[in-house]
Design a protein around this ligand. Structure first.
Ligand code: PMP
Ligand code: GLN
Length: 438
């Protein structure tokens, strides 16, 4: 194994840091522009910086606010509308009552680190040292932030799939990196292996793999993940995985990159309890990987939040220890909700892609004569009383044409809510000025 914690610029691997580079025919200037303050660069990385220098709210915040102000059903931001397992909630109450209310240890409470290590062994056969190879974070978001800030230097390239979760672009830009992408295309969302090969070079510092994937619900197959490992070795890149939907795979099993031959030694695996236990507001996440890599992440993490969520840590530990039945039932129940909403969207006239995991389904509004998803999503609460999120929010502004008419809807809601939303969408009448369906 090469030393992934090394200082940058090893001999024989020169980087041309200040040259504009090209990805998929789009010219990309180095992320650090003299014009932009670091906070503006962060917003720009997520496509939220307006031409006049003002910063917009995230699409999730904007759409949730629109749902509240219009009283529409919120199928925008991905959060469940039901509580998770009783045992988990009870464990948090008990921890508060028993005085678990002060700073926990920096790397996380031992009970949770042990539960995370136990979870990796039980589900994936991975042997992880709870004291050296596990770090508890403030959600997967802080894990991603600390990891990218720990490893990405000015001009380093970070590769993600696209569409991609909005935090990636923001964090890569804040770290001074250059965001490269490999496109996933509606409706199958399978990355092209030649495009993946072409996108990873010696300039690639991190390959950030989100599987199961938000917003598409795609699950990367073994061959793709093996190619990621092969390319990371060939180009001496670090692999960072975002596996927050690991227990919400509907068809088949979740496959962590760290379990593949050659995977563990250069992978930091990130997950969190929010999706698995319906506790998105608790923000308990974690990173696992080789001790030297985890230590590097801790060096940054301890000056972001230092620690968080003391009473929630033993509660998530209790969740991770729940019997297998809980996990299979949770994913089966969500799969049934997927089927319900997909049927509703189909009946309303959308073209849908069937997600094999996660919280979301992507639907094409062009089939309804709506070519412009951002405009459609702004109107939809008023026209139909439903909120969705345009997929353009997950794509770099220069490349949005390919997803222009796509809308992401969340199905992590109660069945009656999904039935109501489906009925409302079915009653959607075309806009007067709507162009003919393609
Ligand atoms: N990664 C992905 C792909 C997500 O969808 C989300 C949203 N919850 C996160 C990370 C953030 O996770 P957390 O709430 O644990 O910070
Ligand atoms: N992960 C959630 C989603 O994709 C939202 C998280 C957020 O609001 N930042 O909808």
């Amino acid at each position: 194994m090469t030393d992934l914690c090394r200082c940058r610029e090893p001999p024989g691997r020169p980087r041309k840091r200040n040259e504009p580079t090209v990805t998929y025919g789009v010219s990309v200037e180095p992320a650090r522009s003299p014009r932009l303050a670091p906070w503006q660069r962060t917003a720009e990385g997520a496509g939220l910086l307006a031409a006049d220098g003002t910063v917009a709210a995230t699409v999730f915040a904007e759409m949730s606010a629109l749902a509240v102000s219009t009283g529409a059903i919120n199928l925008g931001q991905g959060f469940p509308d039901e509580d998770g397992p009783r045992e988990v909630l009870e464990a948090a109450r008990e921890a508060i009552a028993n005085g678990v209310n002060q700073y926990p240890p920096g790397p996380g409470m031992p009970v949770l680190r042990e539960a995370i290590a136990g979870h990796q062994r039980r589900w994936y056969g991975l042997s992880v040292d709870p004291m050296r190879e596990v770090l508890v974070t403030a959600g997967a978001t802080e894990a991603l932030a600390a990891t990218l800030l720990a490893f990405v230097d000015d001009g380093d390239e970070v590769l993600t799939l696209e569409p991609s979760y909005d935090a990636y672009g923001a964090l890569i830009a804040r770290a001074g990196g250059i965001h490269r992408t490999v496109p996933l295309r509606f409706p199958d969302w399978r990355p092209d292996h030649d495009e993946l090969r072409a996108a990873v070079t010696d300039r690639t510092r991190v390959i950030l793999v989100n599987s199961p994937h938000n917003p598409t619900g795609a699950v990367l197959d073994r061959a793709t993940l093996e190619l990621v490992v092969e390319l990371a070795h060939r180009h001496d890149a670090l692999i960072v995985t975002d596996e927050v939907y690991e227990h919400l795979v509907f068809d088949g099993d979740h496959l962590p990159v760290a379990t593949l031959p050659g995977g563990w030694e250069r992978t930091l695996s990130i997950s969190s309890g929010g999706k698995t236990f319906n506790t998105t507001g608790w923000k308990i996440g974690w990173v696992t990987g080789p001790a030297a890599l985890v230590t590097a992440v801790l060096a940054v993490k301890q000056y972001l939040t230092f620690v968080n969520g003391a009473p929630f840590q033993p509660a998530i530990a209790a969740g991770l220890d729940l019997p297998g039945r809980f996990f299979t039932e949770a994913s089966a129940s969500l799969a049934a909700k997927r089927d319900l909403l997909v049927a509703g969207l189909d009946a309303a006239g959308f073209a849908t892609s069937i997600p094999s995991s996660g919280y979301f389904v992507v639907a094409d509004a062009a089939a309804l004569g709506e070519p412009d998803a951002p405009a459609f999503c702004r109107d939809l609460p008023h026209r139909a009383g439903v909120v969705g999120v345009p997929v353009t929010a997950f794509v770099h502004p220069d490349r949005r044409d390919s997803v222009r008419s796509l809308v992401r809807f969340a199905f992590c809601k109660r069945r009656e809510v999904l039935e109501d939303a489906s009925a409302r969408l079915a009653a959607l009448s075309p806009r007067e000025e709507a162009p003919a369906a393609r």
